[in-house]
Design a protein around this ligand. Sequence first.
Ligand code: HEC
Length: 125
Amino acid sequence: MNQRVNRIRQILVALVMIAAVVGFSSCEKYSYTPPAVNSNTTWHFQTDIQPIFNSNCVSCHGGTQSPNLSSGKSFEALKNGGFVKLPAETGRLYLKMNSSSHISRSTETDRLKVLYWITQGALNN
Ligand code: HEC
């Protein structure tokens, strides 16, 4: 009799432990928040924006296709071509990145960085 009670107790303890492990691991999964892309952070052309162009755009916009988004050329091309006028949402760069022909070329995070960079004055920073 006592043995059976002990066995049931062992099983209950094991179940509670399993529940705790499952509970904790699912908490971890859902409480993870990716690094924030927000408008309070200063976004830099050289270190935040140009790398987006390098990875996603220069294969086409490397010289012949306007605007030229290659490193060293992109800032002038965007400024002189009037691609980054305010308000940012209506500028040609941001609009194009969100258009059906281009939306798959960048992530939402990338587009937010571009939006905030333009809103912050589209500086060559
Ligand atoms: C597969 C080739 C290709 C890639 C990659 C590409 N583009 Fe384009 N892009 C084009 C072509 C072709 C046009 C001209 C036709 C059009 O407007 O859709 C264009 C047009 C544009 C224009 C508008 C030019 C204007 O005169 O208004 C902008 C701005 C632009 N692209 C930005 C980007 C950015 C930013 C990226 C990367 C996130 C990118 N493109 C990636 C091919 C590409």
